[in-house]
Design a binder for this molecule. Structure first.
Ligand code: SF4
Ligand code: SF4
Length: 151
């Protein structure tokens, strides 16, 4: 087992509030500009889909799962949503290491399949891609309690 160096422990801040909350940004352009810009130019200015990771989740149907999701939501830059196909997803707001300050991808030719297949005609910039979004445990619990009442 590795020994944890005391120096490392002391240099790690325990104040989560010091880590900025990230907001995802998907620019909208005027209709005129939208027609003038190529898709590549739009994506370079946007690069919104390079700023997060999503992973499918099981539906929160039992107490253990609900408790797990509450724990996720207590973490900065983590959100949970129900997508348009009723799939639960965790959203981790964190930029890809390959995103260059210019908005280009440093590994464009070898970017992962998911990046190659992502359709700009049907992406997060062009439309709402979730039914319900939870940023806090309180929002999530409120939604669950309302759903329980409706049953
Ligand atoms: S595919 Fe959509 S979300 Fe991704 S960079 Fe292009 S316009 Fe932005
Ligand atoms: S690999 Fe390239 S295209 Fe894919 S998320 Fe990272 S920067 Fe964006």
């Amino acid at each position: 087992m590795h020994k944890i160096k005391r120096k490392n422990i002391l240099s790690t801040s325990t104040d989560a509030k010091q880590i900025p909350e990230m907001e995802l940004y998907f620019p909208k352009f005027s209709k005129k500009l939208e027609k003038q810009l190529s898709q590549e130019e739009i994506c370079i200015q946007c690069h919104g889909c390079c700023m997060y990771v999503t992973v499918p989740l099981d539906p929160p149907e039992d107490e253990d799962t609900i408790q797990m999701y509450i724990w996720y939501l207590y973490h900065r830059n983590i959100e949970i949503y129900l997508d348009l196909y009723n799939q639960w997803q965790i959203l981790m707001k964190t930029p890809c290491e390959n995103l260059l300050p210019s908005g280009y991808c440093a590994i464009y030719e070898n970017r992962p399949k998911i990046c190659k297949e992502y359709d700009p005609q049907n992406c997060s910039r062009t439309g709402k891609d979730y039914k319900v979004l939870f940023k806090t445990p309180e929002e999530f619990l409120k939604y669950l309690s309302k759903r329980k009442i409706k049953k």
